[in-house]
Design a protein around this ligand. Structure first.
Ligand SMILES: Cc1cc2nc3c(=O)[nH]c(=O)nc-3n(C[C@H](O)[C@H](O)[C@H](O)COP(=O)(O)OP(=O)(O)OC[C@H]3O[C@@H](n4cnc5c(N)ncnc54)[C@H](O)[C@@H]3O)c2cc1C
Length: 527
């Protein structure tokens, strides 16, 4: 019903702005457009957040390491956005301590100390504590897991962490609440142009029977690493705008690593890079990341054994006791950074980790703009800049039509789960409580001792566009990441909820499981 409502709306509306690409970049522009009272639609060829925006390192940060490349403006912007996001989405963006032991030389220690002081200074009046130096003796007591050989002390500093996919989907939900239209599994395939302006966009439904033609005054491409592919659908392009780099993460059981802070360790290669070990829900820990040039297909990317070994070996080098083995791996995930190619290929720096994470906005014609590059952390300021460009380009053409509804006030509830749900979902707690009111059993865990209750899954289906098994298991929850072995019982439970909510038939269920199995295999097998 929810999906058909959006289709109905889209078939009968002349939009101000049509955003192609429902990763965090498109989601931010969609929300800002809706906030400004514009009629906006966002579409994605897959699930919202299924591209890079569910495959990041989950850090909301300025990016300490970019200081070494003097990308001061970008770090400054990231740190200020971090503060902004901590206050706007406290249930999804949380302060996170990072611990960095320093090995080898005192010069190293001095370098980090200077870098961290600069980071603190750039963050200005932040709600986060400033960095502290941790003496060797304290490290030996507090971080028994890591090697103390050649230790020269260490630092604790603060950044923030998030759940990238959930953040993206919540931002889209916010836009929808303000009157916007959002449709996933809908691919932009053909632009119809008249007198140098696009008059409509033909979209192919990836779920049967859901094709659509969208009419808008202004089109935006926010298609990340697919930017060149989409622009080629508009007009064949000689220029390649994007030069993606690949990054993988390995999810392991959290037992061998610190649970209260991100551990930062130098890599095994001595290539000047660092590995993050980020404590995650359900006693998981995420090791990341790699950064390598990538020239292959953009869909269905998987981790290689070489990449996994690089991460495991780098961490193991610093674990004096039991080492991490393949048996500790719960899952892996691979993503592509939407990095911009250097306009002059001769000048291209082949080391992808030193290439800029900045973004660009450019016009393809008078009513079609592209935004690409950037970081998850900066999505709101990127969106603001992009929309301001659009509005300035068309003075008086995009008139606000819809006026934002006032937000529903948060009311207290005596329900024993209220506080924990609010901590996880912010104001959406009210929607989840309403679902529980329909049927008390919806407050039950989806299986004994699960971190998720049935009402959460229903909430994702009704309010956050989940229509496939993978949408729930991989992007709205973290169940795929902790599912080391194929778990038919769990999958059947989620299918049953879909059956209730969306009327899945037995045939739908079989197809969904087949489809999900392909995605699960990508996370659980390596070349
Ligand atoms: C390994 C790794 C670690 C990272 N870590 C961090 C981090 O810790 N912090 C941080 O701030 N940033 C991080 N980033 C960067 C951040 O994840 C990206 O900058 C951000 O997610 C990009 O979002 P996007 O919306 O531009 O692209 P995407 O999320 O890829 O969205 C583009 C969307 O466009 C859709 N699309 C493509 N073609 C079409 C079409 N024809 N029709 C309809 N839809 C289409 C795709 O399906 C996709 O969903 C990391 C990136 C990687 C790869």
């Amino acid at each position: 019903m929810f999906r058909s409502f959006h289709f109905e709306q889209a078939s009968n509306t002349q939009y101000d702005v049509c955003i192609i690409g429902g990763g965090i970049t498109g989601a931010g522009i969609f929300l800002k457009a809706c906030e400004k009272g514009l009629r906006a639609i966002i579409i994605d060829k897959g699930d919202f957040s299924s591209g890079t925006s569910s495959r990041s390192a989950k850090m909301i940060h300025g990016g300490l390491r970019y200081l070494q490349y003097f990308q001061i403006k970008m770090v400054y912007e990231g740190l200020h956005e971090r503060e902004n996001l901590l206050s706007l989405y406290p249930h999804l963006v949380k302060p996170q301590p990072y611990f960095m032991p320093v090995y080898g030389s005192w010069v190293n220690k001095l370098k980090f100390s200077v870098g961290l002081s600069g980071y603190d200074a750039l963050s200005g009046k932040s709600s986060m504590p400033k960095h502290i130096s941790v003496p060797e003796e304290e490290i030996k007591k507090r971080f028994k897991q890591i090697t103390h050989e050649d230790l020269k002390g260490g630092f604790i500093y603060y950044d923030a962490r998030t759940n990238d996919a959930r953040l993206t989907n919540e931002v889209i939900q916010q836009g929808v609440e303000l009157g916007g239209t959002a449709i996933n599994y809908l691919e932009a395939i053909f632009f119809e142009e008249e007198d140098g302006e696009i008059i409509s966009l033909t979209c192919k439904g990836r779920l049967k029977g859901w094709d659509l033609e969208i009419k808008a005054k202004q089109y935006v491409s926010a298609t990340g690493v697919w930017t060149d592919e989409l622009l080629n659908k508009y007009k064949p392009q000689a220029k390649k705008w994007m030069k993606p780099s690949k990054g993988i993460h390995v999810v392991v059981k959290g037992d061998l690593l610190p649970k209260d802070c991100v551990l930062i360790l130098p890599t095994i290669d001595g290539d000047g890079r660092f590995i993050w070990c980020l404590p995650w829900e359900e006693n998981m820990n995420v090791l990341g990341t790699t950064d390598t040039e990538y020239n292959e297909g953009l869909n269905e990317i998987r981790s290689t054994k070489e990449e996994i070994d690089y991460l495991l070996d780098s961490v193991n080098k610093h674990l004096p006791g039991r080492k991490l083995t393949y048996d500790d791996i719960l899952s892996t995930y691979a993503g592509l950074r939407p990095l911009l190619a250097d306009p002059d290929p001769e000048e291209e720096d082949n080391d992808s980790s030193s290439r800029s994470r900045d973004y660009e906005i450019w016009w393809n014609n008078d009513n079609f703009v592209t935004i690409a590059g950037g970081k998850l952390t900066s999505f709101l300021s990127m969106a603001e800049t992009c929309l301001n460009e659009i509005i300035e380009k068309h003075p008086g053409k995009l008139n606000p039509h819809i006026f934002p509804k006032p937000l529903a006030p948060i009311t207290k509830s005596g329900h024993p789960l209220f506080a924990s749900i609010r901590d996880k979902y912010g104001d959406n707690v009210l929607l989840i409580m309403d679902i529980i009111k329909e049927n008390k059993s919806y407050a039950n865990p989806i299986f004994p001792k699960s971190n998720y209750i049935i009402a959460e899954i229903i909430f994702f289906i009704r309010y956050q566009h989940a229509v496939m098994l993978d949408d729930i298991l991989t992007r709205r929850t973290l169940l795929s990441y902790s599912m080391k072995d194929w778990n038919e019982d769990l999958i059947n439970i989620i299918c049953d909820i879909f059956k209730e909510e969306l009327g899945w038939t037995e045939e739908d269920k079989v197809n969904q499981i087949k489809n999900y199995r392909k995605n699960w295999d990508l996370m659980h097998s390596w070349e």
